[in-house]
Design a protein. Structure first.
Lengths: 283, 252, 414
């Protein structure tokens, strides 16, 4: 009985020890971040080092551009391969191989993704392809987009498998072609879950910094061009946090708070949608 | 108008399981034909072969000939074309959960690219009236989801959905088995009204139901069709001993 | 030890490299690499399949037309009559094609999407191999286990971009030290949390607590880094490090020569917080997969709750828990930003856990954008390649272990 109580106590202690850093991190983010947030933070670009003021408008816009490019790559490829896995490939060798490769891709460190995007887009200089050969938002977006694919793919597959077979039969029984019934019935029925998966992937890459270090590079000025180096929120947080200026540290905390609020919102939304059940009202 | 169905030497498999063996049968147009038999006897597989739904399962296989209105559905047509002409109502009501009542009924047409709004409205109204659901749902056609209806209403919605594409044959795979008695009675009334316009094949394990709604009845046992005759004959004077045993409740 | 690890690692990566001895960038070779990769993946993917005993027999649908076709049913008049008798709807649907072409196109498109995943992974492998050629040609395998010695002092010169001497030893060392340090902290805590949440937790606390632990996984590593740099490192510097040095300094593991608070220990602690949610959620999953009957069987023998957990749950789930730990290791090996910010970034090997160091991921992040020379960049890519190969092996291994336990139970929706 003594061991029993001791083990219970240890398990409770472990849980507290795990929750503690979370409380710590959020606490500091709120305390340090909130005090440096103001209107200027959202509408101004950074000022030169050592000066006071300025904002991170360029980083927020840059993150938007990068995530837009990433979604353009990651979402269609991910959903497409998820549809393949759930609708066409069930039990086939190819499907098992794709599923497996997606898991492998999911485990590839983000820094390696950055090296790849660098080698693909920043490194080669091709005469008639002006978007190659230099640091650019495109390179960063490609790195992030590739990272989105496995998450989107696997969650799309899982959600499609949850759609009852009877719904597919109903559509096929009406003489609806397979592609139409897949897109308009199966995918549409599973769409809350699929959107959830996309949000998860989005939240994951939104905070990624490592693959952007030598692809998007960062930018002190306002830029939304796909072809130029671009600022990103996590990149800016990193640059500010390792700078020697107190004011930039303050900006870093503010940026971190904005970033975490966005991510927690996305994750909570996901939690809310999945807990309500993907296929609500389906008896 | 309904059309007749001729089935010759139909065999079907699930994997290595020979679920239908040498079925030969003529189903007359504009009649209700009931298929009875113990569960697992192949009667559901049989109707799924008539609109080529059987082959949607990757381990399923079919041989033989099925002619609907003279068209050999396995040799001369693609599944999609057949399924548009042969409507099907499944055992469990399966309305599309994300669609409104209106969209559920119009689904067969909309998803096949039909976009004439005015005609769609007419068709939805006519189909819902034909399936005796119009009065219950006409006020919230586009507001309510198909999944929000009761079980019996959902099944009538599925019938309306099948009727909207104006099929020649209507297959019903135990349409009332998941429903309460009141809903069952409504579905049976409906079948009675519909037979002037469609050839109806209904699978049921409820013999009273077969006796009530069908003019012709076929008895299936272990993947074979034992007897096919007028309902009256099957239920009063069957020629096969096994049919008699089943009708009188000695097994099954 | 380091030598042997490097060899095993490189033997696996070698076939890819061999292909590259010719001129780099040749598209034929790229195709070859893709095909080889595809074959390898297909072989590998059979492993979990065979574990799951999936029945893969998919006989095709064959439709026999043994019967002679009766004539006249298909005469044009017959069809015309049939069409004429139909309603407008029927005529519309009859005129509508069977969309067999569209169906085929759709299937091809979706299959291409799926195959693109292969191509991407093959492309990553190809780029890493191709861009690390220069350093591979120069130092080969020695990159992973030897270093040039300084002729004057006799000290090893691990990482000298100016003179072009590169060795991966300090980074492999740093990666191993920080990863195992993080597992040392995280594993007991993660298993404790998983046990608490599955076996002891009152129902109303379970959902919020598991949400909070999963929230830890959603925090980006840059925020962990920021927090570690400004909060954790000062704490370590002021309180923990002096105490460790005073009490355990005699082991040599806690030297006092680093006043910054940065280093292996700080990295290990922040990594532990980061890998914890992964390990605990997967452990929870495999523990939930243990059938209730196992628990009841042990309880029926008169066991206490702890004995029930130990014998009924942990013993049955142990392979899966090991898988979860290895998956956590995979994350720790590749983690970049948080480590980059608190490890101190010095390419040296130190016995003291309080000393500055660098990991494979952190050195790439730190130096790649401002690489001194092409050779320097190529050496960094080669470290990336090694990291890629190692994380793939670790992840595959972990997946196999987890599959072995959770197969047969329905997968959890994320």
């Amino acid at each position: 009985m003594v061991t029993d109580h001791a083990v219970t106590a240890l398990a409770v202690l472990a849980t507290i020890l795990v929750i503690l850093p979370l409380a710590f991190i959020f606490g500091y983010l709120l305390i340090k971040g909130a005090s440096s947030l103001n209107l200027n933070f959202f509408i101004k670009v950074p000022v030169p080092e050592g000066e006071l003021g300025g904002g991170m408008a360029n980083a927020i816009a840059g993150s938007g551009v990068l995530l837009g490019i990433a979604s353009l790559i990651g979402v269609p490829l991910g959903i497409g391969s998820g549809i393949f896995l759930a609708e066409f490939g069930r039990g086939t060798r190819l499907a098992n191989a794709v599923r497996f490769t997606a898991d492998v891709l999911n485990g590839v460190p983000s820094i390696v993704m950055g090296v790849t995007a660098y080698a693909l887009i920043v490194f080669p200089r091709v005469r008639f392809l002006p978007f190659l050969g230099h640091f650019s938002a495109l390179a960063g977006g490609v790195a992030l987009g590739i990272m989105m694919i496995p998450t989107v793919c696997r969650s799309t597959e899982e959600m499609l498998l949850m759609v009852p077979h009877s719904i597919r039969e109903a559509a096929l029984g009406l003489g609806v072609p397979n592609w139409r019934s897949t897109l308009s019935i199966t995918v549409k029925t599973a769409s809350p879950g699929i959107i959830t998966g996309c949000m998860l992937a989005f939240a994951r890459v939104a905070g990624e910094t490592a693959p952007l270090l030598f692809t998007a590079l960062g930018n002190e000025f306002w830029s939304t061009s796909v072809n130029d180096p671009i600022a990103a929120l996590p990149l800016q947080i990193f640059n500010y946090s390792i700078s020697p200026y107190e004011d930039q540290h303050r900006m870093a905390w503010g940026g971190a708070l904005v970033l975490i609020v966005l991510i927690v919102l996305a994750v909570s939304l996901v939690r809310f949608v999945t807990s309500r059940g993907v296929l609500k009202g389906n008896s | 108008m309904g059309v007749s169905i001729e089935v010759q030497n139909l065999n079907a498999w699930y994997g290595s399981n020979h679920t239908l063996q040498d079925i030969n049968l003529n189903i007359p147009a504009n009649h209700v034909t009931a298929l009875i038999g113990p569960s697992g006897c192949g009667k559901s597989t049989f109707v799924r072969c008539i609109n080529r739904m059987h082959e949607t399962n990757p381990i399923a296989r079919v041989t033989g000939t099925v002619r609907i209105g003279g068209l050999d559905i396995y040799a001369d047509a693609r599944p999609v074309e057949i399924r548009r002409r042969v409507g099907m109502v499944f055992q469990r009501p399966n309305p599309f959960p994300t669609m409104s009542i209106y969209d559920n009924v119009a689904a067969g047409l909309k998803l096949n690219g039909y976009s004439n709004r005015k005609r769609l409205d007419e068709i939805v109204e006519r189909s819902l009236k034909n399936s005796a659901l119009w009065d219950e749902v006409k006020d919230d056609l586009k507001k309510k989801s198909g999944a929000s209806l009761s079980g019996g209403q959902q099944q009538r919605l599925c019938i309306a959905r099948a009727l909207a594409v104006d099929p020649e044959v209507l297959l019903m795979d135990e349409p009332a088995s998941a429903l309460d008695p009141v809903s069952t009675a409504k579905i049976e009334d409906l079948i009675f009204q519909l037979k002037s316009q469609y050839t109806i094949v209904i699978v049921t394990h409820n013999m009273q139901q077969a006796a009530r709604v069908a003019e012709k009845t076929g008895f299936f046992l272990n993947g074979r069709m034992v007897e096919f005759d007028s309902t009256h004959k099957i239920f009063t004077n069957p020629s096969d001993k096994r049919t008699e045993d089943y009708i009188t409740g000695r097994f099954g | 030890m380091a030598h042997r690890a490097a060899c095993t690692l490189w033997v696996l990566g070698r076939p890819l490299v061999r292909l590259q001895w010719g001129k780099p960038g040749d598209s034929c070779e790229f195709l070859l690499v893709c095909i080889l990769f595809f074959i390898a993946v297909t072989c590998l993917s059979q492993l979990p399949g065979s574990l799951k005993c999936v029945d893969r027999t998919v006989p095709e649908i064959r439709v026999a037309q043994s019967l002679p076709e009766p004539e006249a049913v298909h005469s044009p008049e017959h069809q015309a009559a049939a069409v004429a008798g139909h309603s407008e709807i029927r005529r519309y649907l009859l005129a509508r094609g069977n969309s067999a072409g569209a169906d085929r196109l759709f299937k091809v498109l979706m299959t291409l999407c799926a195959i693109s995943i292969f191509l991407i992974v093959a492309l990553i492998a190809y780029q890493l191999v191709d861009k690390s050629q220069m350093n591979w040609a120069r130092s080969g395998l020695k990159f992973f286990y030897t270093a040039v010695k300084d002729p004057v002092t006799g000290q090893p010169q691990y990482w000298d971009p100016v003179n072009g001497n590169f060795s991966a030893i300090p980074f492999i060392y740093g990666t191993l030290v920080t990863s195992f340090l993080s597992l040392f902290f995280a594993v007991p805590l993660a298993v404790g949390v998983a046990v608490f949440l599955t076996e002891m937790c009152p129902g109303f606390l379970r959902a919020p607590l598991s949400f909070l632990t999963e929230l830890l996984a959603a925090i980006p590593s840059i925020i962990y880094g920021l927090w570690a740099l400004f909060i954790l490192v000062p704490l370590l510097r002021q309180y923990a490090n002096p105490v460790l040095n005073k009490t355990l300094g005699w082991t040599g593991l806690f030297g006092s020569d680093n006043p910054t608070g940065l280093g292996y220990l700080a990295s290990g602690v922040i990594l532990a917080i980061m890998v914890l949610p992964i390990i605990s959620s997967l452990t929870r999953e495999v523990m939930t997969a243990v059938p209730q009957s196992q628990r009841e069987a042990v309880l029926a023998l008169g066991a206490t709750r702890w004995e029930m957990i130990r014998m009924g749950v942990l013993r049955n789930a142990r392979i899966g828990i090991v898988g979860a730990i290895i998956l956590g290791l995979g994350r720790a090996l590749g983690e970049t930003m948080a480590v980059l910010m608190v490890i101190g970034n010095t390419p040296e090997v130190h016995k003291s856990l309080l000393a500055n160091g660098a990991t494979m991921a952190s050195v790439i992040a730190n130096e790649f954008a401002e690489a001194f020379s092409d050779l320097h960049r190529s050496a960094l890519v080669e470290i990336g390649l090694a990291l890629f190969v190692v994380t793939i092996i670790v992840n595959i291994f972990a997946q196999l272990l987890i599959w072995a336990v959770t197969r047969g139970t329905p997968s959890r929706a994320h």
